[in-house]
Design a binder for this molecule. Sequence first.
Ligand code: 8DG
Length: 135
Amino acid sequence: MTRMVLVSACALVDPDGRILLAQRPEGKAMAGLWEFPGGKVEKDERPEETLIRELREELGITVNEACLAPLTFASHTYEDFHLLMPLYVCRRWDGFPSGREKQQIKWVRPNRLRDYPMPAADEPLIPHLMDLVPS
Ligand SMILES: Nc1nc2c([nH]c(=O)n2[C@H]2C[C@H](O)[C@@H](COP(=O)(O)OP(=O)(O)OP(=O)(O)O)O2)c(=O)[nH]1
């Protein structure tokens, strides 16, 4: 099997039931696609710690670990690696999310997620988010 990559991702849900998507910047793999904030789990890191770190770096918000609830996961084979990606949900954070790494961000209703091209691994996650936040 190809190498396994563990990535931690988060659906931030606002009080209107919208979910934050971030656009992968130019120059990165899968540039232009819309994804859930997060990133690779580093050595000696728990997935929750990864998210707290990434949400601060990417969006400038502070999240308490107790506010991260596991929702589901993606398991998807890309050409050069297999992605295993736990998806957490978070409805409480401190600060105002903004694209700190020049990435575009958008708040999107679950029933509009399909309007935004996403990495292939993310597509099976959409029905879970539609169940979580009825429109
Ligand atoms: N954060 C995030 N990554 C995702 C999603 N769906 C998906 O396939 N991925 C993939 C894209 C990347 O291959 C990997 C996340 O890696 P990353 O964003 O931390 O790292 P990167 O590609 O910038 O690579 P690097 O420069 O850090 O090595 O997971 C998603 O919804 N959110």
